[in-house]
Design a protein around this ligand. Sequence first.
Ligand code: ZN
Length: 332
Amino acid sequence: MHGKCPISVVTDGDRAMGKAISLVMPAAVHRLCSWHLERNVQTNVGDSGFTHCMLTYMTESEFETQWLKAIETFGVQQNEWVKLMYCKRKLWAETFLRNTFFGGLRSTQRFESINSFLNRFLHRRLKLYEFMNHIDKAMSRLRNNEMKDDFDTINEHPVLVTHLLQLEKHAAEVYTRNTFAWVRDEIKSEAKLSILNCVDDMDSVTYTFKKFSVGDKTWNVRYTPSTNIFKCSCKMFNTTGLPCSHAFSVMKAMNQHHIPETLILQRWTKNAKDVSELDSSSTVTAPDVMQLARSASLQMIYLFETIIPSTMLVRKMWVYNFQLYVNVYMGH
Ligand SMILES: [Zn+2]
């Protein structure tokens, strides 16, 4: 972790993990996985009407109104699970979580998919040295996929399709391929907005937007030209680190052809790895040292397991070697 504490954590709601997070990472904002919650909604209430309260960003008073409306509609005012979920609302409602960076994550799905991927290589009857070999194969596959993604990001040039070509071109130059697709959707959404109002005060301009011919919900963007800072009421940048359609609308109004640096988070760019590699260079063990330590560790495990009967000594050596592998090979 290089001395950095996580600012946000997503879990499936396991109580032990909840207690551990509050003890070990008290500053981290804890979020409950939306996928598990949606499944629990179906089990306990039998309707997805609560999903709107969970996933939609609204003000706290709007949330209270929507929540009361939902529990009255489904007649679950006395449902114990519903009462418990209301008490825990700051752990799952988008309303209370938008100010914290989650990088677009709402569920543990990404972690579950890695579990599922590793399960293809592993099974419970594997010996420890076989386990290491299988983990090696899985890691090689993951690294190969990552290299392919990097190659595609560097060498593929997307066809520009939006109405804001200059901004889209800049986004394609800056962001990785997957992130660019997300940003491009925001640029496309900008076409649906219309400016309701524009107030110019001493040092900033506040724009008010709504969707053209759809509903009456409005968003405000406060733009400060001297610092190039955008603050949008939708808080998308706070939680994802990506510019929202409203910010793009301000860029269009200001005739800007490039996304300002204040709206570009390094971690989503093509240069993200350069920074992370520089940050961690002092703590990374040389590859040949890692390989040597790992080979020695695996050889000892193999010898002890095949030659010497299973004794306390063997078990101790297994623990020792596994610890050595984790410390050296995994870089912990
Ligand atoms: Zn916005």
